[in-house]
Ligand binder design. Structure first.
Ligand code: ADE
Ligand code: ZN
Length: 338
């Protein structure tokens, strides 16, 4: 079959689950904030700042760029713009992550930072953007105590926009941390929060085993390196674990040389519950509709497979009824025009 068009991909109801505010705002915003704050650019010309060899170079860039927003207004405006971009891509619901460890120059306590992110999302929704909910990320670099402090703040706030505890960072740098973070994830679950974990990108299959067995998450962000362990893939299928996959991000950050060699096809063919995501639509200069179009081009997927990916994105999300049922019904009834 021929590939779907960007317009069809935009109209298809879908959720995006793997998207960081940390990397989900526009390149132009970063350059403008640097100018406003009188901070010299990391590299000249500005475009050179957006060429990363690997995840670590990218995370170093994030540490620089996220020192730029200082106050609640700036942070709220970034999350507002992200929700607008989700609307432009036809994303009906988003589970967005934010990782406070990077935002070092924010002038205020963590609760003010979280409230600022949430207020931008709320204002956007009032202005007609689709809902974006928030997962607050701890970092693999955090100590056990620091991770509990982040969760303490989340629980004390009880903010209705904050739906999950997440974890990200470079596992290749810090090694296995499942035991360190298992208690904080257990406490998040016990207090009714959703949980999700980055694994199987900067870690191999062992990181995914730890995420599902120690952190006990049903939602793995990336998870693509699971293909290196067939027993793990079987287990993921058996347990119905969701893998929130970001093909372009993995190519951009050097995990795979190109889309053709990306393991998403193997995972889908094996029956894993895969969703398609951008990871960071702004800094990665990709949109979610591009991901659907490119997947249909490169992997030759039928509209049945694309419909299943969209359906899984809603099933894997923290989206609640009635929106959840409405989206699933909209996906089932969607006319691809084929
Ligand atoms: N934080 C932001 N993007 C990330 C990624 N791709 N992997 C791990 N941590 C991240
Ligand atoms: Zn990510």
């Amino acid at each position: 079959m021929s590939a779907i068009t960007a317009d069809t991909a935009r109209r298809l109801p879908k959720a995006e689950l793997h998207l960081h505010l940390d990397s989900g705002f526009e390149v132009e915003d970063a350059v403008r904030l640097a100018e406003e704050n009188g901070v010299p650019l990391l590299k000249e010309p500005p475009d050179a700042m957006f060429d990363w060899e690997d995840l670590q170079e990218f995370l170093t860039f994030l540490d620089w760029v996220l020192c730029l927003p200082r106050n609640g207004e700036q942070v709220a405006s970034l999350s507002y713009s992200l929700a607008q971009r989700q609307r432009r891509s036809g994303v009906s619901y988003t589970d967005m992550m934010v990782s406070p460890i990077h935002w070092k120059n924010f002038e205020g306590p963590l609760e003010e930072f979280i409230a600022a992110v949430a207020s931008g999302l709320e204002e956007a929704e009032r202005d007609g953007c689709p809902p974006v909910y928030l997962s607050v990320s701890i970092s693999r670099k955090h100590s056990r105590a620091e991770a509990h402090e982040v969760l303490d703040t989340m629980l004390a706030m009880g903010h209705p926009r904050v739906v999950a505890l997440s974890i990200d960072g470079n596992e290749a740098l810090v090694g296995r941390t499942g035991d360190r973070f298992a208690p904080v994830f257990k406490r998040a679950r016990a207090n009714g929060l959703g949980i999700r974990a980055h694994a199987g990108e900067s870690s191999g299959p062992e990181g995914v085993w730890d995420a599902i067995d120690l952190l006990k998450t049903q939602r793995v962000d990336h998870g693509v390196r699971s293909v290196e362990d067939p027993e793990l893939v079987e287990e993921l299928v058996e347990r119905g674990i969701f893998l929130n996959v970001c093909p372009w991000s993995n190519v951009l950050l050097g995990l795979y040389p190109d889309r053709e060699s990306h393991p998403i096809r193997t995972l889908v063919d094996a029956g894993a519950r895969v969703t398609l995501n951008t990871d960071g639509s702004g800094f990665y200069r990709i949109t979610l509709e591009d991901e659907y179009v490119t997947a249909s081009e490169v992997y030759g997927w039928s509209t049945d497979v694309l419909r299943r990916l969209a359906r899984t994105s809603v099933e894997a999300s923290f989206c609640q009824d009635p929106l959840r049922s409405e989206l699933l019904a909209g996906i089932d009834a969607f006319d691809f025009g084929d």
